[in-house]
Ligand binder design. Structure first.
Ligand code: SF4
Ligand code: SF4
Length: 92
């Protein structure tokens, strides 16, 4: 039971910094999960911490191959900008 890092990874090493099990090795050019250390964060977290900080969609998949940040999941919510613009124009 371990997550896996895919070809989409850009080797930013953010996941390495937050992994509570020290289960990610990365040298900035390659990144991989040390399988026997990863418990998918089930011992102490409600969600995999590597995926929570990873900025790239589909870079980390669960043990059954499902992307933890699927395509489209990390896009900014542009409706926030619309609401700010509406508020600013209302204040003028
Ligand atoms: S799921 Fe948790 S334990 Fe596994 S590599 Fe990611 S942060 Fe580390
Ligand atoms: S945070 Fe995501 S993109 Fe960055 S090294 Fe880890 S898996 Fe790769």
């Amino acid at each position: 039971m371990a997550v896996e890092i895919t070809q989409a990874c850009i080797h930013c090493q953010a996941c390495k910094q937050v992994c509570p099990q020290h289960a990610i090795k990365s040298n900035g050019k390659t990144t991989a999960v040390i399988v026997h250390r990863c418990d998918e964060c089930q011992s102490s977290w409600s969600a995999p911490q590597c995926a929570s900080i990873c900025p790239i969609e589909e870079a980390i998949v669960s043990a059954d191959g499902q992307p933890l940040n699927p395509k489209g999941s990390l896009k900014p919510d542009l409706s926030v900008l619309d609401r700010i613009a509406a508020r600013l124009s209302a204040e003028r």
